[in-house]
Design a protein around this ligand. Structure first.
Ligand code: B3K
Ligand code: ZN
Length: 856
């Protein structure tokens, strides 16, 4: 397969300032007429990309070309054009209903919709499918009015009306030049939740969220999030919305979360539809975060777009940072930071430590769809967060203002972004740029020495960046570390927090007037995406978990305490949980802490996190045993009555979506989880009672998620009940599959495999596929079952879906890529599955790239 390299970038030879598209829409056969105004910008013929298009005719300046006048091979339509400008017209036919890749124009639930990023536009018409070709679009849609009463595209609506034979049309103009990956069309039987927004300059924008007729009421949370994001972007970045309308459409069949098409976002319905009965608190938060993310792309992605796909983090890292900041402002910043760091560690740290590690700005790819990764998105966001920390709020804002002023209407690079921050913020990011080019999670070691006589403390810091595929011998990074010392005796802060910039391989930092033995608090707020190794003891972590005033650091101390216990239990069978039990007990009794924070900090690290920490020769059974053992030790140690009282005290039946309401449910369900550690009759009864009495999905699914792990009769009762209640609701049925795929009890794998034959299971819907197969691959204990049956099942399903939808399939390679960390027998079986996948006849380039790199 061909490799695309960053260093090979060349500007386009032709500009296309204008394009008009006319669609004759039909699920089986859609005709697309494209008229391109082309202007020469370099040498050579006009080269247009096309994939799976049935070309009917090509004309240049009104003259229809014969077969000898152009060439069409390997997805390229090459048209020699003698002069410097021309009008090129093509007519193609496409088959949306047969499009199982869900890229280009496809059918979902009887409606038609598009997905073009990254390279889907070429499946709609012939065009230079690259983000640095920006055009003004004018679009005409024609379709049967009864089947497709709603016709939407980008930009502003300019005309609509009836045609003969029960058909109708709509015309849309988008005045803002855009790359083709932001193009969208939707046709279907949809209803809108409508609203409006007055922008900061007093313009009125018509808002619509389009869904199935029965789902309109489930769009209220998304609509509020949209209006909140529009205001937030004005206040925090000075960015105003620019069209007369903003539409969102929710579809059930979608390869990922959502898409920021100009003025017409298309969403996976999972990130729009929400009400108390069907969506958890986490679902509500995800809806708001994704709505905000896609809205924020209007400036970071659309008005300023990417020059080439190696610059992807320019829009994605920045937009993730913006949506994280928005969610923090709308809810609890401390809890949001904890959740974001947990997600980063679970996905990105693993990626950075494995065979698929790559820099935030990658150097090469086979298939760009494989690079929508946690590194590009989440580490990219951390890099911008560090830049903002180093600049401070005012200078960061000067930098972003300059970025928009300089690059509005352009296709920019990561370098343009960093330069704007430097020039606007008045700093030098020379060394800081390494965050974009060097892969791997830096590790920082910190050693604190105290001289009681001199009343001084010395902190010795050192950094190292691990080797990653294709990169070794790395230069030291520019790492902003927020640091503070606490007095062991007084329990209070010894001087203000400091921002230390670690820029060399090692450095020291001295603290004067330290009148008592200090305890180190480092990387507060998770100021840098690094791992920190210190010689701090269990007592130090217990101390910090009680005294640190930085919520993240306090959370982190408890997590370290737990992680150290778990690692010790796996390695030596050690069982001394006393300091941890004491710390957890103290935390849950602390009235000054909010419920959500307590819930997060007393949650045990996942089995996957423990495996990652062990690093090598992992036996997932031993990890499971150790973690379950610690869970029971906390049940007994803190006391069953304490957990039961905590659970009961928070079960007051009040439901609202305030931060406090969500926090109460969070802690209540964490308490139920501990009560369930030995799944005795009392715990099973409590969980079943909660399931039955639940007034909302958060409480109901939490109880179900515990009950699936028992073989008590309650298990089948609640599963059956849940199915009957929600079988008509695809998103909720996904939860039913997921809960079972995450179970770890007797015969869990056989039960999951049996579910793949359930009439409601299908590999055609990505959400459903992920709900079962994706969840199973995340279930470390079961996926890694000793006999290799988990690997076999996931690999079989992955290959099955690869034949129809490569993008969805390729995502499931990563769990196999962890083979190097496993004990020998499992490692060999995982490798064997990867080899089978690489050698499978007809394997997609998406899956081939991921699997072959995972073997290396
Ligand atoms: N930009 C899209 C992601 C497209 C993924 C293509 N494989 C959604 C987002 O990040 O906002
Ligand atoms: Zn995005």
């Amino acid at each position: 397969p061909t490799i695309t390299r960053r260093e090979d970038y060349a500007p386009p030879a032709w500009r296309i300032p204008d394009i008009s598209l006319a669609f004759d829409l039909d699920a089986d056969r859609t005709r697309v007429r494209a008229v391109l105004k082309v202007e020469r910008a370099g040498d050579g013929p006009l080269v247009l990309d096309g994939d799976d298009l049935d070309l009917k005719s090509v004309a240049v300046d009104g003259r229809v070309l014969g077969e000898g006048d152009y060439t069409l091979a390997d997805g390229k339509l090459v048209i020699p054009i003698p002069g410097d400008a021309a009008t090129v017209e093509t007519l193609v036919e496409i088959a949306p209903a047969a499009n199982t890749k869900l890229m280009g124009l496809y059918a979902s639930g009887g409606n038609l919709c598009t997905q073009c990023e990254a390279e889907g536009f070429r499946r709609i018409t012939f065009f230079p499918d690259r983000p640095d070709v920006l055009s003004r679009y004018s679009v005409e849609l024609k379709a049967d009015k009864a089947r497709y009463p709603v016709l939407l595209s980008n930009g502003n609506p300019v005309a609509s009306g009836d045609l003969a034979d029960g058909r109708h049309f709509a015309r849309w103009d988008d005045p803002f030049p855009k790359p083709c990956y932001l193009f969208a069309v939707v046709a279907g039987d949809l209803r809108a939740l409508e609203d409006s927004f007055e922008t900061m300059s007093g313009r009125h924008v018509k808002l619509g969220i389009w869904v199935r007729p029965g789902d309109v009421e489930k769009c209220r949370h998304a609509m509020q999030a949209l209006k909140d994001s529009m205001r937030w972007d004005e206040v925090h970045y000075g960015r105003e919305y620019d069209l007369e309308v903003f539409n969102i459409v929710a579809v059930d069949d979608f390869n990922f979360g959502a898409m920021e098409n100009k003025g017409l976002n298309v969403f996976n319905s999972k990130y729009i539809l929400a009400d108390a009965e069907t969506a958890t608190d986490a679902d509500f938060d995800a809806v708001a975060a994704v709505v905000a993310h896609e809205y924020f792309h209007n400036w970071t992605g659309n008005r300023v777009t990417c020059r080439d796909w190696f610059q992807l983090s320019l829009k994605e890292g920045l937009t993730v940072f913006r949506d994280q900041s928005f969610s923090a402002d709308m809810g609890s910043p401390a809890v949001k930071r904890i959740e974001d760091v947990r997600a980063l560690r679970a996905a990105q740290f693993q990626e950075d430590a494995g065979p698929l590690a790559h820099p935030v700005r990658p150097e090469s790819y086979i298939e760009i769809s494989n690079f929508y990764t946690a590194t590009v998105y989440n580490k990219g966001a951390e890099v911008i967060r560090m830049a903002a920390t180093l600049l401070g709020p005012e200078n960061y804002r000067k930098g972003t203002d300059l970025y928009f002023a300089r690059h509005d209407g352009e296709a920019a690079t990561v370098e343009d972004w960093v330069k704007a921050l430097e020039d606007g913020g008045g700093t030098d990011f020379g060394q800081f740029r390494l965050w974009y080019s060097q892969a791997g999670t830096p590790s920082v070691t910190a050693d604190l020495a105290y001289d009681a006589a001199a009343k001084s403390a010395t902190l010795t810091l050192a950094q190292a960046v691990p080797d990653t595929p294709g990169q070794s011998k790395k230069a030291p990074m520019h790492i902003p570390l927020k640091i503070a010392l606490f007095g062991r005796e007084s329990g209070s802060l010894l001087g203000p927090e400091q921002l230390f910039q670690l820029r060399s391989a090692s450095a020291t930092m001295t603290f004067e007037n330290v009148g008592e033995p200090p305890v180190l608090s480092i990387n507060r707020g998770f100021s840098a995406p690094v791992t920190v190794e210190t010689k701090r003891s269990a007592a130090d972590f217990a101390f910090l978990s009680a005294h640190d005033d930085d919520p993240f650091a306090r959370y982190e101390a408890m997590q370290q305490l737990m992680m150290d216990r778990l690692v010790d239990a796996v390695k030596t069978g050690g069982t001394d949980a006393a300091p941890l039990v004491e710390a957890v007990g103290r935390t849950i009794r602390n009235q000054a802490l909010d419920h959500a924070f307590i819930g997060e900090s007393i949650l045990l690290p996942t089995e996957t996190m423990v495996a990652e920490r062990l690093g090598a020769n992992v036996d997932p059974d031993a990890v499971h045993t150790a973690r379950e053992g610690l869970r029971r030790a906390l049940l007994e140690g803190v006391g069953r009555e304490t957990w039961a009282a905590l659970h009961a005290g928070l079960s007051d039946g009040v439901y609202d979506l305030s931060a406090d309401g969500k926090g109460r449910r969070r802690l209540k369900n964490v308490a139920l989880g501990y009560l369930f550690a030995d799944a005795d009759d009392g715990a099973v009864a409590a969980a079943e009672a909660q399931y039955q009495a639940a007034t909302n999905m958060t409480d109901r699914i939490a109880a179900l998620g515990l009950l699936v792990d028992t073989d008590a009769p309650a298990r089948e009762r609640v599963l059956q009940d849940f199915y009957e209640r929600f079988k008509g609701d695809a998103l909720v049925l996904d939860k039913w599959f997921t809960a079972q795929a995450l179970a770890t009890g007797e015969g869990a794998l056989e039960k999951a495999i049996a579910l793949s034959a359930h009439p409601d299971f299908t590999i055609r819907n990505p959400n459903r596929f992920r709900s079962l197969v994706g969840a199973l691959a995340m279930n470390q204990f079961v996926f890694h079952r000793k006999d290799g049956a988990g690997y076999r099942f996931v690999a079989d399903k992955l290959l099955e879906v690869d034949a129809i939808n490569p993008q969805t399939a390729a995502r499931f390679i990563a769990p196999f890529g962890r083979w190097r960390r496993m004990e020998d027998a499992r490692a060999a079986m995982m490798r064997a599955e990867l080899e089978r996948i690489v050698a499978a006849p007809g394997v997609s380039r998406d899956t081939f790239e991921m699997a072959s790199k995972s073997l290396a």
